[in-house]
Design a protein around this ligand. Structure first.
Ligand code: ATP
Ligand code: MG
Length: 425
């Protein structure tokens, strides 16, 4: 292969058919899970005006400062950005179309997100999220249900990430905490790294989110937001915890959990695993009551979460749960002129009955066709020779188990394959 060949962009991956089989299995589970909780899908454009993300996510965040794919549309000079996450777009669309006019809405989205990060295992420049937004609901019951709902999906996927929980309180408490933090960090200026110095006055809370080990001790001893919280926010947090306990959901309170996006308040949570190395957060979310108003909508509370699909799939795979069945249900091999005509009818009947069916193309003898049937990972070879065609029958040869081959009429063949394929799931 010449090394002039154009390759995909670094950190952006092709999903080949073996992978998409798994993704589709996963997506089917996810869609049905969302349906059962009464959430409805929303699809927004992948490009948005850059200002949307600056306003929603916050100017002094990793995402906006250094991770966004932003460019000028040369045709009209507008600054556009490939969406780095889904909440800003969802809220923009909800405001633009006045979706909350008759009360709260439960929405979900999924699709590719783009961040210019250093690619590594579990961290890509194009990655995929499924996100859930409960818009217009203020109570702790909503926060708790979002979390319970995640736990439900984990059970279905046979994975067991652990839950970290925190509260960020409300505006006034955050303001007081901010002042204390600035004073604290100022008195320890000599220990601050470059990032921290830059954030000291623009966004000191984000210093606590630092991944720099040299900052850990300083951060551990920093003034705690928990000590500033108002009664209302504390009661809200207590209620969330009681609801979780009542549902048997274990959690750990992590006062250092501040999240990398500015729009959160009150409840924040992350589902983390130690099975994926450094990229251990598979799902993150919380409450963001101020965001709708901040983006120009009529004030309304909101909460939600986003899951990283690549990380979740890696975790499911580490647990050994298969999400896809490889190969079609049937591969039809046929030789002879009469057989060919009948083989097409057989294919059509199998497909009408809902069975995934490959009809051999390109001729060749039975032996070479059987090799292809085997390589396709089909569950059954459906053999049609002139004999079978004359009798309007097929020979059914199992390719994945040791049961006997049998010659039957079409209706029985279909029934037989259907029964066998329902058993396998
Ligand atoms: P991290 O701390 O790992 O950078 P984050 O706080 O930036 O994550 P969010 O913006 O909360 O992530 O996105 C929600 C989820 O999306 C994350 O928990 C993770 O599972 C996934 N995710 C975020 N960035 C990436 C990425 N670059 N590649 C793959 N998955 C990602
Ligand atoms: Mg990040």
């Amino acid at each position: 292969m010449s090394n002039n060949n154009i390759q995909s962009v670094r950190g952006m991956n092709d999903l080949l058919p073996d992978a998409t089989d798994t993704w589709q299995g996963f997506e089917a589970i996810v869609r049905d899970w969302l349906r059962r909780y009464g959430y409805r899908e929303m699809r927004t454009p992948i490009l948005e005006h850059t200002g949307l993300f600056k306003r929603a996510i916050g100017e002094v965040t990793d995402i906006v400062e250094k991770e966004m794919y932003t460019f000028i549309d040369e045709l009209n000079g507008e600054s556009l950005t490939l969406r780095p996450e889904g909440t800003a777009s969802s809220v923009r669309a909800v405001i633009q179309h006045n979706l909350l006019y008759d009360g709260g809405k439960r929405l979900w989205y999924s699709g590719p997100m783009f961040r210019h990060e250093r690619p590594q295992k579990g961290r890509y420049r194009q990655f995929h999220q499924v996100g859930v937004e409960a818009l217009g609901f203020a109570g702790p019951d909503t926060d708790a249900e979002l979390i319970v709902m995640c736990a439900d999906l984990w059970k279905e996927l046979d994975i067991a990430p652990t839950l970290q929980l925190n509260t960020l309180g409300d505006q006034a408490a955050r303001q007081r905490h901010r002042q204390k933090l600035v004073a604290y960090f100022e008195s320890h200026r000599e220990v601050l790294d470059e990032d921290a110095k830059r954030r000291l006055h623009s966004n000191p809370l984000r210093i606590l989110d630092s991944k720099n080990p040299a900052m850990q001790a300083l951060n551990e001893a920093a003034p705690r937001l928990m000590d500033e919280l108002e009664d209302e926010a504390l009661t809200h947090f207590d209620d969330v915890q009681s609801l979780l306990r009542a549902h048997g959901i274990a959690f750990e309170i992590n006062p250092r959990l501040v999240r990398g996006l500015d729009y959160y308040n009150r409840t924040v949570f992350e589902w983390v695993t130690d099975q994926l190395g450094a990229q251990g957060t598979v799902c993150a979310g919380g409450r963001y009551d101020g965001l709708i108003e901040q983006l120009g909508g009529k004030p309304a509370p909101a909460a939600g979460f986003a899951m990283g699909m690549e990380r979740l799939l890696a975790l499911v795979e580490a647990g050994g749960r298969a999400l896809a069945t490889p190969g079609p249900d049937a591969y039809i091999v046929h030789a002879g002129d009469t057989a060919r005509v009948f083989a097409w009818q057989v294919a059509s009947a199998l497909r009408s009955a809902g069975l995934s069916t490959i009809l051999h193309c390109g001729g060749g003898g039975f032996k070479s066709q059987m090799k292809k049937a085997d390589a396709s990972c089909a569950r059954y070879a459906v053999i049609v020779g002139d004999d079978e065609a004359a009798a309007r029958q097929v020979t059914l040869k199992p390719l994945r188990d040791a049961t006997e081959q049998r010659r039957t009429g079409m209706a029985q063949a279909i029934q037989f394959i259907q029964e066998a394929t329902t058993q396998k799931v």
